[in-house]
Design a binder for this molecule. Structure first.
Ligand code: AMP
Ligand code: MG
Length: 325
């Protein structure tokens, strides 16, 4: 069983950071909170440690992973930031933005973590526990979401334990994650920024800083620009019916906002992502609600969520969950 540390308690938090750093130093895996979702972290310099991530997740292919570092300076030691990349880093790091950047030959990052590419995906998380682990471990950490491949991302330590169990040496429990969606991934084509994955940082905020629209790669589902664009990436076992304005017999309901559709009282169960219609609250609840309903039912109706700001990423995840089966 993994060692689980409760980070709300001071002495447990101190022991947890030390336990996590020791586990990472010996090549073991750590489940840790970030502001987006819980990550499954390993020493990004070690092929063996990174291979353990793929084994634990049961990933079918070796997709490139996000490498987490504590600061922009640390990012610049493994990757090259163009002027546009620097503008985004200055505006949004630390935070829920991943930049895909040319990798420095001397970066020391495992080829398995970058899938042999000459680019590396880098992020500086803002979560204090992620920051503390990065500083205590003193190494870049490869960390995809801490779920079995094909499951929705974990937003609580209990999700991590349920999915990965003994494959992780340590889990740091800091309660539910604040954002609840994965990071937004941006790459570059020359100096033009390209949206590789929708996520917790809304597209419009990035475009405001760039003063230009993000390029969106051609949508060929067989050749996704980034595995985050794989259609079946966030699939619960239950079927999802999106844009539901009524309830069919035997369905559970994922609701949004104060006004429920007619017949909502007949739904098997109802989870409201945000009764007040707040998108940040809805994002934070999304994956936990999908997991909870997946255990109760095999058919889920989902109310429409107006597509602006964070809703773009929420609707993206819901479409993948619906189409991916
Ligand atoms: P995950 O680790 O599950 O959060 O997913 C990492 C995301 O970053 C995926 O969408 C990857 O495709 C993307 N990514 C990581 N490295 C690269 C890279 N070198 N080029 C393009 N996308 C990348
Ligand atoms: Mg993932």
């Amino acid at each position: 069983m993994p060692e689980i540390y409760h980070m709300s308690n001071d002495s447990s938090a101190t022991a947890g950071i030390a336990g996590a750093a020791a586990a990472l130093a010996r090549g073991a895996l750590v489940g840790l909170p970030t502001e987006t979702v819980y990550g499954l972290a390993a020493d990004a310099r070690s092929d063996r440690a990174v291979a353990a991530i793929f084994a634990a997740k049961g990933r079918p292919q070796f997709n490139p992973l996000i490498v987490h570092v504590p600061s922009r300076d640390a990012a610049q030691r493994i990757a090259v930031l163009s002027p546009a990349a620097r503008r985004l880093a200055d505006a949004f790091w630390p935070g829920p933005l991943t930049l895909v950047l040319p990798r420095r030959p001397e970066s020391g990052i495992s080829d398995l973590a970058t899938a042999g590419l000459d680019t590396v995906a880098v992020r500086v998380p803002v979560h204090p526990v992620a920051q503390a682990v990065l500083k205590a471990a003193g190494m870049p950490l490869a960390a995809p979401s801490a779920n079995r491949s094909g499951h929705v991302s974990p937003t609580t330590a209990a999700h991590v334990a349920a999915d990965l169990g003994d494959a992780v040496a340590v889990i740091l429990d800091a309660g539910p994650t604040g954002i609840g969606l994965e990071s937004t991934v941006v790459g570059f084509d020359g100096d033009r920024a390209v949206l590789l994955r929708l996520g917790g940082l809304p597209r419009t905020e990035i475009e405001r800083v760039l003063g230009a629209p993000l390029l969106v790669p051609g949508h060929d589902p067989d050749r996704p620009a980034s595995p985050g664009m794989l259609v079946k990436h966030y699939a619960p076992a239950a079927s999802l019916r999106l844009d539901a304005r009524d309830i069919h017999p035997g369905e559970a309901l994922i609701a949004f906002g104060p006004d429920l559709p007619p017949g909502a009282g007949d739904a098997l169960s109802v989870f409201n992502l945000s009764p007040s219609g707040d998108l940040a609250e809805a994002a934070a609840n999304l994956f936990a609600v999908l997991r909870a309903l997946d255990e109760k039912t095999d058919r889920i109706a989902v109310m429409p969520i107006p597509d602006h700001g964070l809703a773009e990423a929420i609707n993206d995840r819901l479409r993948r969950a619906a189409e991916g089966r």
